[in-house]
Ligand binder design. Structure first.
Ligand code: PLP
Length: 386
């Protein structure tokens, strides 16, 4: 079996044709045609009024925070278990990330921990649809509403997922997406900010273009801001991918169901949780081992590597990594976030790229079962005699 990589896109002749057309034609008076088409189609897909194409999801979170007026002196609640991009932009704007615990089933923000993290300085919460799973949005939005806290949905990993029939990207004041090369829909690198709020959209557009008013022809800057725009070639690639989104989503769903069918019956593992009210599209199929197996993610990755299988570790809690370790909030989070610290050491992402087929998934599952059986056998025998 060739080496199985953890993620990757599906690129067809359609994408190649669109990018070729963009590099050929999207100049002079046509410079924005692909941005406009991509943004319009994307807004429609997630049922939002506005979509703004950006160079990354990180820049989308940055602009959303700025447009919501988040800055020094404010706190923003972020789940402890996520990619650092969810909290990095909080730090960029001079606010303080507060790391809340996750829910043991969805691995997304826990509504009760969010509630416990609120102080008079809490201005926003970033709710992450981790690995494509959907958080308990009803409970989280109720807490946010009660305390007048702005909500940014970080749907970087969740295009196509649904909660109560609403697509990821349709919750809170603004939602953000990533189109990094590993994502279900890719533009190589790229991101999108979506919102229904006209003021937020206007402010984000202004900040995206060095503080110029939209349509400005005089190159006249009112504020020092940012240069966050996607290229036409990326927008054309995104449009082609979006026109294939149902196919991409169905393939991701198939990959997850092959894994789920194959691993059903294994007692001591947990896969991405699909709550009855959700329909998840797993960006990464993720397996978390029961702590009692005594197999940590680093060792599990090494053992899977022996089968030529590339896996990724479940994200480390943000409060545990050097980037935040020394902060007061990280110390509090380490004392508080029991679930994040019991789940993340034992989880790995399995190969989930759009190039996976049933045979490859079966191979990964057999390898995982063999690793677990070997471990159980060794444990029964005990350590070798001195
Ligand atoms: C949860 C989450 N948020 C934000 C991002 C940032 O996306 P980007 O790399 O496009 O900036 C990622 C990237 O993987 C992510 O997984």
């Amino acid at each position: 079996m060739e080496r199985l990589l953890v993620s990757g896109p599906s690129i067809t002749q359609k994408e190649i044709d669109y990018v070729t057309a963009a590099v050929t034609n999207a100049w002079y008076g046509n410079a924005n045609i692909y941005h406009e088409r991509f943004e319009r189609a994307f807004a429609e897909y997630v049922n939002r009024r506005h979509a703004i194409a950006l160079p990354s999801c990180t820049s989308a979170i940055h602009l959303a925070l700025l447009a919501l007026g988040v800055g020094p002196g404010y706190e923003v609640v972020v789940p402890d278990a996520t990619w650092i991009a969810s909290s990095a932009a909080v730090t960029y704007v001079g606010a303080t990330p507060v790391f809340a615990d996750i829910d043991e089933r969805t691995w997304c923000l826990s509504a009760t921990s969010f509630q416990d993290c609120i102080t008079p300085r809490t201005r926003a919460v970033i709710v992450v649809d981790l690995y494509g799973s959907m958080p308990d949005m009803d409970a989280i939005l109720a807490v946010a509403q009660k305390h007048h806290i702005a909500v940014i949905e970080d749907s970087a990993e969740a295009i196509g997922s649904e909660y109560q029939g609403r697509r990821a990207g349709n919750f809170g004041d603004a939602s953000v997406f990533s189109f990094h090369g590993s994502k279900t829909l890719t533009t190589g690198e790229g991101g999108m900010l979506v919102t229904d709020n006209d003021d937020l959209k206007a402010r984000a557009l202004f900040l995206r273009d060095h503080g110029r008013k939209p349509g400005d022809k005089m190159f006249f800057n009112h504020e020092v801001a940012y240069k966050y725009k996607m290229s036409s070639m990326q927008a054309a690639l995104g449009l082609a991918q979006l026109e294939r989104i149902e196919e991409l989503v169905e393939q991701k769903r198939r990959i997850f169901s092959w894994y789920a069918d194959n691993l059903r019956g294994l007692d001591d593992i947990q896969l991405n949780h699909e709550a009855p009210e959700a329909r998840i599209v797993c960006w990464m199929v993720t397996v978390v081992l029961d702590q009692k197996l005594g197999l940590k993610k680093e060792q599990l990755m090494r053992l899977m590597d022996e089968y030529n299988i590339d896996c990724r570790p479940f994200f480390f809690p943000l409060s545990s990594i050097p980037a935040y370790y020394g902060t007061e909030q990280a110390a509090r989070a380490r004392a508080r976030n029991v679930v994040a610290y019991s789940v993340t050491p034992y989880g790995i992402n399995l190969p989930s790229g759009l190039n996976m087929d049933e045979e490859k998934v079966t191979y990964v599952c057999e390898a995982l079962k063999a690793v677990l059986t070997e471990k159980a056998k060794r444990d029964r025998v005990g350590p070798p005699d001195e």
